[in-house]
Write a protein that binds this ligand. Structure first.
Ligand code: ZN
Length: 718
C-alpha cells in the first residue's frame, strides 16, 4: 500500500526498466540519548561526522553500524513521538505537526543509506539485517500511526485548520498528515484497530512468502541445454556466460538460460531454434502455477485481506482505497482510460502480428505466429525496415560523453544548472562518481551520485534514490543518486551504450532533477514524495532531451574519431522507436488490467485459488487483450509489483505518460523557448514536490489540463 508521509515511509517504486526507490523518514533534533550514545560509539550514524550535510561516511560504515543505528534510531523516534503525544500543552502546529516533521532524524539517515546499499552494494550481513529489520520497521510505523493521543492532537488541529490562518504549505502538510493517519486506521475503534494490526502482519508474512516463491520458482524453471548447437543466434560471449551459469548452478558441461521476471524473455529475440524458444516461453508462463512454489493460494489470501482492510477503512474495495489519494482519484477514471487504450492497442498488435506472419511465410516457415516467435520475427522485421544494427550505433554513445555532454548539457540548456566533479568525498565502490550541482546564479543545489555499472551484488534495473531530501525546516540540501546496470567493459575499453541505455540515463536523471530542484519547507513534502501515479512524469519527460537535436549533436559523436553520428543513421534509430508499439502497449495494458480488476472485486467475488487463472483470462477477454501471442507482461503468479507496493498501481506508468507526452509536445512547439519553458517547468512543478496538489501544479504550468491525444499519437493509438 502507498504509505503515509507522516512517519517512516519506505516505499519502493518499480517501473518498466526503471526503479525509483524512495525512502523517506522524518528527522529529529539531537536528543539526550543520542548525545550520550555518541560519546561511546564509533558508529558514523551516531556520531555527526558528515562532510556535507548528510553525505554518508562510506569510508567508515560497517554493516553492524546499521543494526545499531536502526535500534537507536527507532527508540529515539518513539521517545520523541511519546513526548509530542503526551505533552500537557494544547496542540499547536509547532508543538505537534512540526515537531513530528523534525522527529526520527537518525532513523531517516540510516534507513536511506541502508536501503541504498542493500540495493546497490549488498552482502550477506546486509541481507540478514534486511530480513530482520523489515517487520521491526512495520511495527514501528504502526506504533506511531495508531497512537491515539498523537492522532487526537493532529485531528484537533485539522478540525480547527480554517481558523489557524496557515500558509498554503503548512495547510497541505496538515491535510496530508491527517489523511495519512486516517488511511492507516487511526480513526478506528479498538476492535477494528486490533484486527487491522493482525491483517497488516498477515499481509507482511504472505507477501514475503510470495516473493520467496517467485525467486525459487524462477530458479527452478531455469532452462538447461546439453547441446550447444541449440543456442544458435547467441553471441560467443552469451554462450560462455550460459556455460558459466550452468556450472555455478551445479550443471557443469551444460548451458543455462535463467528466466527474468517478465513473461517474455530477452533471448527469444535471437534464438533461432524454435523448439527451444517454445520451451523458454512455456517455462516462463507456467511459473508459480503448480508445485512447491505455487502462488495462487497466497495471492487469493492477500487479495482477501486487502479487501477486508479496505472495508474496515470505509472503502468498497482495495482499488478505491489505493486510488483515493492518487491523481487518478478513483478506479473508474483508470478503468475508462485502460479500456480506451486497450481497444486500439490490441488492434495495432493484430496488425503487427499479420506483418510478422508474412515474414514467417516468406521464409517458408509453415507455422502460425506464437508468443515465442514474436520477439524473434519482430527483430528480423526491424532490421529489414530500418537496416541498422545496434552495433552501428554504439560507437557514438560512449557513457561518460552521454552523461556530461548529453544529460548534463540538456539540464544546462533547459534549466541553467551546471556540474563539477568532486574528488574529496568517500565512495562505496571505485566506479562511483560524485558531482556538485550548481544553479545558474552560482549557488549550490546539492550533490549527484552516479553509479552506472552492473555488479553481482547490485539488483537489476535502473533507479534513483535520495541520501538526503531538501527541506528548509531542517536546512538540508538534496543528495540524489542514479543507478543503472550497464555492463562494465574489460580493462581500459570505453563503455559504449545501446540507445535504450541512453534513454534510461535521461529518464533516471529526470527523477534526480525532481529531487535536486525541490524547494519546499517540510521534508515530508519534498522532491519525489508525490503520488505514485505522478512520480514517473518528471523522469519520462526528461527523456525528450535524449533526441532533442541540439543535445544529440552535442553528445552523439564517435568515441575515437570525434565525428558526429550520421544523420540518416540517427533518423532510422528514432523512427524505429515507434516500431512494435502495439505489442509493447498491449502487454503492458494486459498486466495493468488484471491488476486493477482483481483489486476492485467485492470480497465475495474474489475467485478461489482454483479459479484465479480463469479470472485472469476472463479479464483479458473482456478488454480484448486475450491475444495468445501477446501474453501480459506479468501473470498473477509472478506479478511481484502488485503483491508488493504497486497493488492497483501498475497503471501508473501510462497515466504519467499522458502528462509527459503533453509536455514534450509543448517543448517541441517552440524549440527556441526551451530555456524559458524549462524554467517554468522547474518553478511550477519540479521544485514544488508535494507542497500543493500536483495536478493543480501541472495545470498552472501548462495553462490547461494535459491532453491525451499526444500520448495516442506517440504510441500510434489514434
Ligand atoms: Zn522512473
Amino acid at each position: 500500500m502507498k504509505s503515509i508521509n507522516i512517519i517512516n515511509l519506505i516505499s519502493i517504486m518499480i517501473i518498466t526498466g526503471c526503479m525509483s526507490i524512495q525512502v523517506q523518514v522524518n528527522e529529529p533534533e539531537m536528543t539526550l540519548t543520542e548525545s550520550i550514545t555518541m560519546e561511546q560509539s564509533n558508529n558514523p550514524f551516531l556520531k555527526r561526522v558528515e562532510f556535507y550535510d548528510n553525505y554518508p561516511r562510506f569510508d567508515l560504515i560497517e554493516p553492524q553500524h546499521y543494526a545499531e543505528a536502526f535500534t537507536v534510531g527507532m527508540r529515539e523516534h518513539l521517545e520523541e513521538i511519546e513526548l509530542i503525544a503526551n505533552q500537557e500543552a494544547t496542540p499547536t502546529i509547532d508543538n505537534t505537526l512540526i515537531a513530528m516533521e523534525r522527529s526520527g532524524r537518525l532513523l531517516d539517515r540510516v534507513a536511506r543509506v541502508f536501503y541504498a546499499m542493500s540495493s546497490t552494494n549488498t552482502n550477506d550481513e546486509i541481507d540478514a539485517i534486511e530480513v530482520q529489520i523489515a517487520p521491526e520497521l512495520a511495527k514501528h510505523q504502526d506504533e506511531i500511526s495508531l497512537n491515539e493521543n498523537l492522532f487526537n492532537r493532529i485531528q484537533r488541529l485539522y478540525n480547527e485548520r480554517e481558523a489557524l490562518n496557515l500558509n498554503a504549505e503548512t495547510l497541505r502538510l496538515l491535510e496530508e498528515t491527517y489523511d495519512g493517519f486516517i488511511r492507516s486506521g487511526a480513526g478506528l475503534g479498538e476492535a477494528d484497530k486490533s484486527r487491522l494490526r493482525e491483517i497488516n502482519q498477515e499481509l507482511a508474512s504472505l507477501q514475503t512468502q510470495f516473493d520467496q516463491n517467485v525467486l525459487d520458482e524462477r530458479n527452478r524453471q531455469t532452462i538447461f541445454i546439453n547441446d550447444v548447437s541449440e543456442l544458435a543466434g547467441l553471441t560467443q560471449g552469451q554462450i560462455e556466460r550460459a556455460a558459466q551459469d550452468a556450472e555455478s548452478m551445479g550443471h557443469p558441461g551444460e548451458y543455462a538460460i535463467p528466466l527474468l521476471n517478465t513473461s517474455s524473455q530477452p533471448y527469444l529475440s535471437v534464438l533461432e531454434n524454435r523448439a527451444l524458444r517454445q520451451r523458454i516461453m512455456n517455462a516462463s508462463l507456467s511459473r508459480g502455477l503448480d508445485g512447491d512454489f505455487a502462488n495462487a493460494e497466497i495471492i487469493v489470501g492477500i487479495v482477501r485481506l486487502r479487501s477486508e482492510r479496505a472495508q474496515l477503512l470505509g472503502y468498497p474495495n482495495h482499488a478505491s482505497y489505493v486510488l483515493s489519494n492518487q491523481t487518478a482519484q478513483n478506479e473508474h477514471a483508470v478503468i475508462d482510460r485502460l479500456r480506451g487504450l486497450s481497444a486500439s492497442a490490441s488492434r495495432n498488435a493484430l496488425a503487427e502480428a499479420a506483418q510478422l506472419q508474412s515474414v514467417i511465410d516468406n521464409e517458408g516457415g509453415n507455422f502460425d505466429l506464437e508468443s515465442w516467435d514474436w520477439p524473434f520475427y519482430s527483430q528480423q522485421l526491424r532490421q529489414q525496415l530500418y537496416s541498422f544494427d545496434e552495433s552501428d550505433l554504439m560507437p557514438y554513445l560512449e557513457m561518460n560523453n552521454v552523461l556530461e555532454n548529453g544529460v548534463f548539457f540538456a539540464a544546462n540548456l533547459a534549466f541553467g544548472i551546471s556540474f563539477s566533479e568532486r574528488q574529496d568525498l568517500p565512495i562505496y565502490q571505485e566506479d562511483i562518481r560524485v558531482f556538485d550541482v550548481t544553479d545558474a546564479d552560482g549557488t549550490q543545489l546539492g550533490l549527484f551520485v552516479f553509479d552506472p555499472y552492473a555488479r553481482s551484488n547490485k539488483r537489476g534495473g535502473a533507479w534513483m534514490n535520495s541520501y538526503a531530501s531538501q527541506s528548509k525546516l531542517l536546512g538540508t540540501s538534496p543528495i540524489v543518486a542514479n543507478h543503472q546496470n550497464i555492463t562494465k567493459p574489460s580493462g581500459d575499453e570505453a563503455t559504449l551504450l545501446t540507445f535504450d541505455e541512453v534513454t534510461t540515463m535521461f529518464h533516471e536523471f529526470g527523477h534526480a532533477l525532481h529531487g535536486l530542484f525541490s524547494n519546499v519547507f517540510y521534508p515530508s513534502l519534498s522532491g519525489t514524495a508525490v503520488p505514485r501515479d505522478f512520480v514517473e512524469y518528471p523522469s519520462q519527460v526528461n527523456e525528450l532531451w535524449s533526441v532533442w537535436p541540439e543535445v544529440l549533436a552535442n553528445y552523439a559523436v564517435h568515441y575515437q574519431t570525434g565525428e558526429p553520428i550520421p544523420r540518416d543513421l540517427l533518423n532510422r534509430v528514432i523512427e524505429s522507436e515507434q516500431f512494435n508499439q502495439g505489442y509493447a502497449t498491449s502487454e503492458y495494458l494486459g498486466a495493468s488490467v488484471i491488476d486493477m480488476e482483481l483489486h476492485r472485486l467485492a470480497y465475495d467475488d474474489i475467485p478461489t485459488a482454483e479459479g484465479l487463472m480463469d479470472f485472469e483470462a476472463s479479464v483479458l477477454d473482456d478488454y480484448g487483450l486475450n491475444l495468445s501471442m501477446v501474453p501480459p507482461r506479468y501473470r498473477f503468479p509472478y506479478f511481484s509489483h502488485i503483491m508488493g507496493g504497486y497493488s492497483a498501481g501498475y497503471y501508473s506508468y501510462i497515466w504519467s505518460e499522458v502528462l509527459d507526452a503533453d509536455t514534450a509536445a509543448y517543448f517541441y512547439e517552440e524549440p527556441s523557448a526551451a530555456r524559458d519553458r524549462g524554467q517554468a517547468l522547474r518553478d511550477g512543478v519540479l521544485s514544488r514536490g508535494n507542497s500543493q496538489n500536483v495536478m493543480e501544479l501541472y495545470r498552472n504550468f501548462r495553462g490547461r489540463d494535459a491532453e491525451v491525444r499526444f500520448l495516442l499519437e506517440r504510441r500510434g493509438l489514434n
